[in-house]
Design a protein around this ligand. Structure first.
Ligand SMILES: O=C(O)CCC(=O)C(=O)O
Ligand SMILES: [Fe+2]
Length: 297
């Protein structure tokens, strides 16, 4: 009880400090304030998760080692999560959905095709989106009530000058954001593999990386040269995750990451977007033009 009250008081202080800095500096933060604000936000975030009890009852013995991997390196790979047969079938389904639902197809360069909410128009994709192990991991990792926002089905061919899935280096959020990426086609180094800067989701590294890359407060997108600066004496931190069709990657997307530019053939993949309850609202669905549930057949 006492510790709960102390946490509440701390939270109020963090929020007040943040507000104070924001009012004083009006977003023109000097370097030191940038670090301090990031630290306050980090503390606030992790304090809010304390004492969380998941209501999901799951009997999966794999959850613990997956969570450890996510915490230690920011990602975890499970080979052969789907069979080749499931992957081939789903690739066909995606090609078909792109033709049948043009109003829901997004494209950055008229060549890649992405459908958000594809689980609402395909049984196979729905199976992936409803996977209980993945939802349990998501909630346990977030330590907040979590649900699937939607599943993205993406077909990404190798067209000239493409930046890859995610449009270059970025982080989706600052502290803990969870996604799962399933390769439906074989992904070698030329087929746009997912790349991640190891440890960039950890607080000490976050601050170091901001210093090294000379990043702004709350900077989500990074240029190639900023990434180069961060990696200058630690090139081994860049991980390129290649894998056969059916390979699943579980990711803390608060890590710096990107889908690398696709040089050869076409990458097909499914991505489950998980959100905590405070992140889900109708704006989110509008923003991604998500296929509504009633379309399912
Ligand atoms: O599809 C990928 O390789 C990564 C895309 C991305 O940035 C994301 O899903 O957050
Ligand atoms: Fe991302």
């Amino acid at each position: 009880m006492k510790s709960k009250i102390i946490s509440k008081i701390k939270l109020i202080f963090y929020k007040l400090f943040k507000k104070f800095f924001k009012v004083i500096f009006k977003k023109n933060y000097p370097k030191e304030i940038n670090f301090l604000l990031t630290k306050l936000e980090y503390k606030e975030f992790f304090l809010e998760r304390e004492n969380f009890q998941s209501k999901i009852i799951s009997s999966y013995s794999d959850i613990d080692w997956i969570i450890k991997r996510l915490e230690n390196q920011g990602y975890c790979v499970i080979k052969e999560f789907w069979s080749e047969d499931e992957c081939f079938k789903t690739i066909k389904v995606i090609d078909d959905l792109i033709l049948r639902y043009p109003n829901f197809v997004h494209s950055n360069n008229k060549s890649d095709s992405r459908i958000y909410g594809a689980e609402n128009i395909s049984k196979l994709i729905n199976n992936f989106s409803k996977n209980e192990l993945l939802l349990s991991v998501a909630e346990e990792y977030n330590k907040k009530n979590t649900s699937l926002g939607f599943t993205l089905a993406a077909k990404m061919p190798a067209i000239k000058n493409n930046k890859g899935s995610g449009e270059g280096w970025h982080r989706d959020g600052f502290f803990r954001q969870f996604k799962t990426l399933l390769y439906l086609s074989d992904v070698g180094k030329n087929n746009g593999p997912f790349e991640l800067i190891e440890n960039s989701h950890k607080f000490e590294y976050l601050i170091e990386d901001i210093k090294k890359g000379k990043l702004e407060y709350s900077q989500f997108r990074l240029t190639d040269s900023e990434i180069k600066k961060i990696l200058i004496d630690q090139t081994e931190r860049k991980k390129t995750i290649i894998g056969k069709m059916g390979t699943l990657i579980l990711i803390d997307t608060s890590s710096l990451h990107r889908g690398s530019p696709i040089k050869d053939s076409t990458r097909y993949a499914l991505t489950n977007y998980y959100y905590t309850s405070n992140q889900i609202d109708s704006e989110l669905y509008k923003k991604f033009n998500v296929v509504p549930k009633k379309i399912f057949r």
